[in-house]
Design a protein around this ligand. Structure first.
Ligand code: NAP
Length: 289
């Protein structure tokens, strides 16, 4: 036995991130550093699983000896539909990004909203979101995962803007019904965004536009304003096309590395019951960029 009470002969507990593709993920570096620093006998891997193979993979999670997984694009909604036991946060968002396997019983959780809120507070030095107005770009998995949590944070208005406008309308209606916070769908083009921008304190990009260096920003600097806080959930590349446009407008921009950190820290605690070693995890992902 080691001083931490672990048996070195025992096989490590296996965790991992499931995505398609998944090679780009920083999660293995982050979680393996956390396990090592706390002396936990565990390994975190990357599982590249095609969407049609996900149900079979989840069904066999216990047989494969996997204690827990994170799910990333495009698996969060499929996983939610496949699990019988999920948290209230997962139910509200319709997504699951963390699964814990307890002796064959799978429990699904969504830690994205927790990660976003913790990162917003940290990045913009906010004690609360009370009475702020937020413009959320996107109506896909990530936007659905965070909309209700943002709207439940005492904010004044949640504006939602998406390339496919009907999806923004549906998300705004669903979120307003669930939270009683004013939610307004706004078409995703510069002129429409510039008409509301004076009422917006924080703009959050939850679209995938910006992942490629050739992508065009979902809004340009001409629609933004000085002093606006701009949060891009994308962290690789670290300076996205939106963050470049934000800088041109004199807005303060931050990428999504902090959200990755805090959603991962929450998952770590769900799996191990231990407080996540945040500074170790932060150092590991900063080294990945
Ligand atoms: P998703 O479900 O595939 O949704 C993609 C969203 O982006 C949709 O709203 C889509 O609009 C929009 N979009 C795609 N291409 C666009 C373009 N060229 N112009 C404008 N809008 C476009 O993906 P997701 O799961 O929501 O993820 C979205 C982003 O969040 C990804 O970049 C992901 O890496 C990031 N994310 C980061 C973290 C973190 O920890 N930092 C966590 C979760 C997600 P349509 O509806 O019109 O197709």
């Amino acid at each position: 036995m080691t001083s931490s009470g672990q048996n070195p002969e025992k096989a490590p507990a296996i965790y991992g991130v499931v995505g398609y593709p998944v090679k780009h993920s920083f999660s293995p570096d982050m979680h393996n550093a956390a396990f090592k620093s706390l002396g936990i006998n565990a390994a975190y891997l990357a599982f590249e699983i095609k969407p049609n193979a996900l149900p079979g993979f989840l069904k066999n999670l216990d047989k494969l000896g996997i204690s827990g997984v994170n799910l990333t694009v495009p698996h969060k909604e499929i996983a939610f539909k496949r699990l019988r036991c999920v948290s209230d946060e997962a139910k509200t968002s319709g997504t699951v990004n963390t699964i814990k396997n307890s002796n064959g019983k799978l429990f699904g959780e969504s830690t994205d909203a927790y990660g976003l809120l913790a990162s917003l507070r940290e990045a913009f030095k906010l004690t609360s979101l009370r009475n702020k107005s937020i413009l959320l770009l996107g109506a896909g998995g990530a936007a659905n995962a965070v909309a209700a949590a943002l709207a439940s944070s005492g904010i004044k208005t949640l504006y939602i803007s998406n390339r496919t406008h009907e999806k923004a309308v549906r998300l705004a209606e669903k979120t307003e019904a669930a939270t009683s916070t004013r939610c307004v769908a706004v078409p995703l083009y510069d002129k429409a965004v510039s008409m509301i921008i004076s009422d917006v304190d924080i703009l959050i990009n939850a679209t995938s536009s910006g992942l490629k260096l050739t992508d065009k920003s979902p809004v340009t600097g001409s629609a933004l304003r000085k002093g606006l806080l701009v949060y891009d959930m994308i962290y690789n590349p670290p300076v996205t096309c939106l963050l470049k446009e934000a800088k041109k407008a004199g807005a303060k921009g931050v990428n999504g590395l902090g959200m990755l950190l805090h959603q991962g820290a929450r998952a770590f605690t769900i799996w191990t019951g231990k407080k996540a070693p945040l500074s170790v995890m932060r150092k590991a992902i900063k080294g990945s960029i």
